[in-house]
Ligand binder design. Structure first.
Ligand code: ATP
Length: 292
């Protein structure tokens, strides 16, 4: 897959305070990557630099090869606070259509696109209502529809489900994964929730405490079809969650524990293969005895 986003050596300072340090990574087209990091580490600052909302102090951001120097036309952002991002005086459909006004589309095209995006998020029949007539979860679905209606090259999401209750959060996570796969969207999502990052991501980039820098880049090798109960109960999910928790607790210690557990696993593999060959040769399997 071609690279959609390329972040190289990104630094950002607010005066004397360094918020982001030497961040480099890429996101491939059609990938859902999560950035997970502790509270206050600089996640939102990093996302705002990527969105072109603030000019970084150093480094570069490229979207499909073009340097980002302001907010690109083909980029959309969904923020945590849906109540402040939707216009209360516009209908739901009007909100979704709004950003399309500057895209040079005819009124019919705008209406068609808005209806299509509302259908994607399961709100095809509430276009005439106003945002304040909807639940919080529905309002956030409207925000997602609005972002997707412009068919952005990259969708950035900053803690998009942090303001809804747990059940709605699960529903929105499933909705996002379904829409992302159906539309082949490229998404970079910021969260402080480890479980959410593992459940949603094809990849999880783990950030250090302030200033934000990348301490690990993990491929989430869970099946593409995920389920809120069985996936979260699976041994692989639990192992990935533990790995990220260790990295967040102490980036250096986490990396050391990761090395150690990888070494232990390698030793275990070696021991069991020796034991197997010993069995096959009919000799005692003492190589594993007393090791654990
Ligand atoms: N406009 C600003 N001016 C000065 N300092 C800022 C500004 N925005 C953020 N900061 C500081 O930069 C650091 C990182 O903030 P940021 O909001 O990016 O972190 P975060 O990881 O998104 O936090 P949270 O998880 O609490 O949302 C914090 O110390 C914050 O106080």
């Amino acid at each position: 897959m071609p690279t959609m986003l390329e972040v190289s050596g990104l630094d950002h300072r607010f005066g004397d305070h360094q918020a982001v340090r030497e961040v480099s990574f890429t996101v491939e087209t059609g990938q859902l990557a999560c950035l997970v990091g502790p509270s206050g580490c600089g996640k939102s600052t990093l996302l705002r630099c990527i969105a072109g909302l603030i000019a970084p102090s150093g480094g570069t951001v490229r979207l499909h090869g073009d340097a980002v120097t302001g907010v690109p036309a083909d980029l959309a952002v969904v923020f945590q606070d849906y109540s402040r991002s939707l216009f209360p005086w516009l209908s739901v459909a009007g909100n979704v259509e709004f950003p399309l006004r500057s895209a040079g589309l005819s009124r019919d095209e705008r209406r068609g696109r808005a209806q299509e995006a509302l259908d994607w998020v399961g709100l095809g029949d509430v276009g005439r209502k106003f945002p304040w007539q909807l639940s919080g979860g529905m309002q956030q679905r409207v925000s997602i529809a609005r972002a997707l209606a412009s068919r952005p090259a990259l969708l950035l999401m900053d803690e998009p489900f942090a303001s809804v209750d747990a059940q709605t959060r699960f529903e929105l996570e499933d909705l996002l994964r379904r829409v992302q796969r159906d539309q082949q969207s490229t998404i970079l999502l910021v969260t402080h929730d480890i479980d959410e990052s593992v459940y949603l991501g094809d990849r999880v980039l783990v950030l250090s405490p302030s200033p934000a820098s990348i301490v690990a880049d993990l491929t989430i090798d869970l099946p593409a079809d995920r389920d809120q109960i069985t996936t979260r109960e699976s041994a692989r999910f639990v192992a990935l969650r533990g790995e990220i928790a260790r990295l967040l607790r102490s980036p250096a210690q986490g990396a050391a524990e990761q090395d150690l557990s990888e070494r232990e696993l390698a030793e275990q593999d070696l021991a069991s293969s020796l034991a197997t060959s010993a069995d096959a040769a009919g000799r005692p399997t003492s190589v594993t005895d007393g090791r654990r």
